[in-house]
Design a protein around this ligand. Structure first.
Ligand code: ADP
Ligand code: MG
Length: 391
């Protein structure tokens, strides 16, 4: 049992009992995620290597009979919100409730809720930092998806949960994210990373028990979010799609380093750099996985893994241009403090970076990072299990 999930579940139960009265029928939880390596590759049908983290969004839930969803979240911008099921359609909600309402919309559209599903009371509590690139949105969606299908008595596979919650985020909340976040939250496993092929959706699980190897993964939340992030993301996606067309492949995933010379002849300078990031990042994921397959990260393997993380950051900073000053500051400081490797994680333009650190250097690294960016929030994460019913 994940203690982190239990803590969020207990908090959600308290909110449920104080707001709605009575006990919930069940409590479900889904984790945030850290993408260890493989950034901005998921919408290019490439490879990613995320893990679920020991930070969860939990939802305590009970059925209703009057066709209404009631929602409250300790992390939400509202009090209790009532949404009639009949009023659920894209665009109807503009605040945080668009995420859970979108999940109800996607599930019922796919026939994943029993025809007799007649509403629910939902109370959320979360320890996933919101809006920091650790995927609080996917945690919220996956917890909701499990709760609603659980109440409806209709089991759902992790693959369907990921597919329908991504649909909810894309089409209902209007966020054009790739499949990485929802797959991570749905499929995560304790002490493991997921090697995901985002074209075939094949997932291989590799051991990633850092503490056993004397390692820690430090999250450095810059707590900044630059406003050009949203347009920057859409722009990068459009550039990648156009470059794939020019290169006559269905997605950039189909290119390798050997194609870069040919790409240089066909693409403008900026597009070439974007393509180079995606191509080299996919190759870094493969190399990182090869290292994990050789055994626990130690000695030269640990150094190589660290170098891959740091070169991922350099590529995101210089070729993909989605880093920012604060992310560069914490990454550089972590490396100066003795981290084996460090990189921004998530979409960029703010949010979080990660550093792979020997446990006995953790204090030193944290101190160096805090000195460099005093506003940064620092915490370690362990790889924890994916969405599940807690009680
Ligand atoms: P990230 O997923 O990286 O945390 P997003 O911008 O994708 O950032 O999602 C953040 C949004 O998700 C918040 O603005 C809010 O609308 C919603 N959200 C996430 N977690 C919660 C929560 N526990 N309670 C209420 N809303 C949440
Ligand atoms: Mg998100």
């Amino acid at each position: 049992m994940s203690i982190a999930a239990q803590t969020s579940a207990d908090a959600a139960r308290k909110i449920f009992e104080s707001v709605y009265g009575g006990a919930p029928t069940g409590i479900w939880a889904a984790p945030g995620r850290v993408n260890v390596i493989g950034e901005h590759t998921d919408y290019n049908e490439g490879f990613v290597l995320p893990m679920g983290i020991d930070r969860y969004t939990a939802v305590a839930a009970a059925p209703r009979l009057d066709g209404v969803l009631r929602l409250i979240s300790s992390g939400g911008s509202t009090g209790v919100v009532e949404i009639p099921l009949a009023a659920i359609e894209p665009g109807a909600q503009q605040d945080w409730t668009a995420y859970p309402a979108g999940v109800a919309w996607a599930l019922s559209g796919a026939g994943a809720l029993a025809p007799g599903f007649t509403g629910a009371d939902l109370a959320y509590s979360s320890s996933v930092p919101v809006g920091s690139g650790l995927s609080s949105s996917a945690a919220l969606e996956c917890a909701t998806g499990l709760a609603l299908t659980g109440l409806a008595g209709q089991p759902i596979s992790p693959a369907e949960l990921a597919r329908l919650t991504q649909l909810a985020e894309n089409r209902y909340a209007g966020v054009p994210c790739g499949p990485l976040d929802q797959l991570s939250s749905a499929f995560a496993a304790a002490d493991a990373v997921l090697h995901i092929d985002t074209r075939s959706f094949d997932i291989a699980i590799h051991p990633f028990a850092l503490a056993e190897s004397g390692l820690a993964l430090l999250v450095m939340n810059t707590k900044v979010q630059h406003s050009h992030g949203e347009s920057g993301y859409a722009e990068r996606r459009a550039t990648c799609e156009a470059a794939a067309r020019t290169m006559e492949v269905s997605a950039l995933r189909d290119l390798t380093s050997a194609d870069l010379e040919r790409a240089a002849a066909k693409l403008d300078e900026v597009s070439l750099r974007r393509v180079r990031h995606v191509v080299t990042e996919n190759e870094r994921v493969s190399r990182f996985v090869s290292l994990l397959q050789l055994g626990p990260l130690e000695g030269p393997r640990l150094n190589s893994a660290g170098e891959l993380l740091t070169s991922s950051h350099t590529s995101l900073r210089d070729d993909y241009e989605v880093s920012c000053e604060e992310l560069d500051v914490v990454v550089d400081a972590a490396l100066r403090g003795g981290a084996h490797g460090a990189r921004m994680t998530g979409g960029g333009f703010g949010g979080c970076a990660i550093a792979l650190v020997s446990a006995d250097r953790l204090d030193r690294v944290a101190e160096t990072v805090s000195d460099a960016l005093p506003g940064a929030e620092l915490f370690t994460v362990a790889a924890d299990r994916g969405a599940f019913q807690v009680y």
